[in-house]
Design a protein around this ligand. Structure first.
Ligand code: WT7
Length: 655
């Protein structure tokens, strides 16, 4: 920790918003900001109760926060509907015929849906789902690419009170099966295939086999996008167009309790099993709407492009719910950022006059590597605000983003949050605060985030510690689906006495109170802005019949943030029979890709006779981490790694 503390604190550059930006900003000065923040932080419950009035409640709430540690409820006696707050609220206003979605397919086809058109499509699908027997409280799986129907699917579920479980389209069939089983999904919405890197990739076809291993699944609805040949199973599979074409485009928005589950989204934890993060309706919507408006300093005429896939929480909160509740125009893109060339995003920014662009540091680093000539070919003058999310942005990438993309004109909002927090927690208010490259700046009004030591005491300025949240916030997770025990333990086990939520991140606060994230303190790694539990990759490896044991650690990677290195011990009989160990490594990499998805594929596999362990049998990943980052190792990667050095350490290096 101490290394990263001192190296980070060298970054002292400050960037103030331009006069031009401040003139039009929602919150224009430090004084105005402080006034809101001080008041909100003194009484977060009251603050959020006031913010909540900005939404449409079918039955207004009287209660605000109920906090029976670690069970939390917000606005529990109110009734509200997410689809109504994203669609219906705009239909009697000037936004009725405003573009809600502008979508560009990878081949270049463009579709625009106005708020009215989107509402009618959502109603039709909602009625279609009802006709399949989907009721309030049922879980609907969504396994789609980036098509307008992905947004339609989420909102159709929300309209009738079904809980959606979006599974990232890049996950494998096995990962999909596990998530559908765990959430007890009744219906799956998917598509034939999606365009990716110039050719149609298969979705439905690729997962067809595993779907029969989901007992609860009754119907699979298949959207035709590419027209590729797609297996359809009688009595289970139907085409999307056949389901919706005959449906009425009117559908009542169900009045749902504020604490009704809006969605489950799986994310990695430090054990092998992904966690089904459960979010409910009222509180989630309140904070998502507020943060969207204030952090992105939203204006009526913005065209907003968030590059995240709907399979991640960013795609829920800042592609679907946040922007649409605010009546914004959302730009969606189907395909790969590098197709047909590394300037695809910039050509779309110019073509559609995009004004807000929100992406991840890993993407910024890869744009940087491809060269300035690609953004420089295009007119980026429509941009006025840039955003970053997913991992700490290194100052070098920040400066590049600021200079080459934003032309020194656009503030960068570095937004810290998590799948569990539901919406943004730490971020600058861009018209008020100065920025420093590499920090998400200050907790938002009403968010009591702090850096504390192991005893829960606040750290001194620049002292490394743990990032916690001291007071409940509206969009926090309510539980881990089906495992409340794990919820209590994972998030509230660390600071039980103080009742703090523990984020899992290490951090420090500088003398301005700005929070610098120093990475995860558990066995969770950040690969290309996506969280992966190393234990999950380990359990995928061990599920291979030839593998006895595996330990997975991360080493820093210039583009991806981290790269995965897997130490694998093979079963005795396997070792004797394997001819080509290099080939075996490739087989295991593919195995992980099949079990979890290509993002989890180890970058490197090293075979070893034994793993370094403590006497109690815990693998000492710390030593392995050191080995892969400092390179202090015997180095023969072709066959077996010799651990005798580590063995010697064992006696005096207990964890
Ligand atoms: C973890 C959460 C929130 C949507 C994307 C990731 C890291 C996220 C930042 C940031 C530094 C960040 C943290 C966090 N992280 N944003 N702006 N600066 N670190 O969601 O998969 O739930 O991962 O991502 O380590 O705990 P997620």
């Amino acid at each position: 920790m101490s290394d990263s503390i001192s190296s980070l604190s060298k970054e002292n550059r400050k960037f103030h918003p331009s006069k031009e930006f401040v003139k039009n900003a929602n919150i224009k000065s430090v004084a105005a900001y402080k006034k809101i923040k001080n008041k909100a932080d003194k009484n977060p419950t009251l603050f959020w109760a006031q913010v909540a009035k900005d939404l449409h409640w079918q039955i207004p709430f009287k209660k605000t926060l109920e906090w029976k540690f670690p069970v939390v409820k917000w606005f529990s006696d109110g009734k509200i509907n997410a689809a109504e707050n994203t669609l219906d609220v705009h239909l009697n206003t000037n936004r009725r015929n405003k573009a809600a979605l502008i979508w560009e397919g990878e081949p270049g086809d463009v579709r625009t849906l106005t708020y009215l058109q989107l509402a009618l499509e959502v109603n039709k699908l909602a009625n279609g789902l009802k006709s399949l027997g989907v009721k309030k409280g049922d879980v609907v799986g969504i396994y789609l690419g980036m098509v307008p129907e992905a947004v339609i699917a989420m909102l159709a579920c929300a309209r009738i009170g079904a809980t959606h479980n979006v599974v990232f389209g890049g996950f494998s069939g096995e990962a999909l099966r596990d998530r559908l089983n765990d959430s007890r999904a009744k219906v799956l919405l998917t598509q034939d295939g999606a365009f990716r890197r110039g050719s149609p990739s298969s979705l439905k076809g690729a997962v067809n086999k595993v779907l029969n291993h989901v007992q609860t699944l009754k119907t699979v609805v298949v959207l035709k996008r590419t027209g590729q040949e797609t297996p359809m199973q009688a009595n289970r599979d139907i085409w999307w167009h056949d389901l919706v074409n005959e449906q009425s485009n009117e559908c009542k928005a169900e009045a749902l309790e504020s604490e009704h589950p809006l969605f489950i989204l799986y994310t990695s934890g430090s054990t092998g099993k992904p966690k089904g993060i459960l979010h409910t309706t009222g509180g989630y919507l309140v904070q998502t709407k507020y943060t969207m408006k204030e952090v992105f300093d939203l204006k009526e005429n913005d065209i907003y492009f968030c590059t995240a896939d709907i399979g991640w929480v960013t795609g829920h909160s800042y592609v679907t719910y946040g922007p649409l509740m605010n009546g914004s125009t959302v730009f969606l893109y189907e395909g790969a950022p590098t197709h047909p060339g590394p300037d695809r995003f910039w050509s779309m920014v110019a073509k559609h006059r995009i004004s807000i662009f929100y992406t991840a540091p890993t993407a910024i680093r890869s744009f940087m590597r491809s060269g300035d000539e690609f953004p420089n070919k295009h007119d980026l003058s429509s941009l006025r605000l840039l955003g970053s999310v997913g991992e700490p942005i290194n100052p070098e990438a920040w400066m590049w983003y600021y200079n080459v993309i934003g032309k020194k004109r656009c503030p960068i909002v570095d937004t810290w949050w998590q799948t569990e927090t539901g919406s943004i927690m730490i971020a600058p208010i861009p018209g008020a605060l100065f920025l420093k490259p590499g920090t998400a700046t200050l907790p938002l009004p009403g968010i009591l985030a702090d850096v504390v030591n192991k005893d829960g005491k606040p750290c001194k300025a620049n002292e490394g510690g743990l990032l916690v949240v001291k007071h409940p916030w509206p969009s926090m997770l309510r539980t881990i689906f089906g495992d409340h025990e794990r919820y209590a333990h994972t998030y509230f086990g660390e600071f039980k006495k103080q009742k703090y939520y523990f984020t899992g991140d290490g951090a420090r606060k500088d003398k301005d109170g700005y929070i610098w994230i120093m990475g995860r303190v558990d066995d969770v790694v950040n690969i290309s802005g996506h969280r992966l539990g190393t234990a999950e990759v380990e359990s995928a490896l061990v599920s291979n019949p030839l593998v006895a044991e595996a330990a997975v650690v991360a080493r820093p990677d210039e583009i991806k943030g981290s790269a995965l290195v897997a130490f694998v011990t093979l079963k005795a009989h396997a070792k004797e029979n394997i001819q080509d160990f290099e080939e075996m490594k490739e087989i295991l990499k593919k195995w992980v890709a099949k079990e979890i998805g290509p993002i989890a594929k180890p970058d490197e596999i090293r075979f070893t006779d034994a793993l370094p362990k403590t006497r109690s049998g815990k693998i000492m990943r710390r030593l392995l981490r050191e080995m892969v980052t400092t390179g202090k190792t015997s180095g023969d990667t072709s066959t077996l790694e010799d651990f005798s050095v580590l063995e010697k350490l064992r006696a005096n290096d207990e964890e």
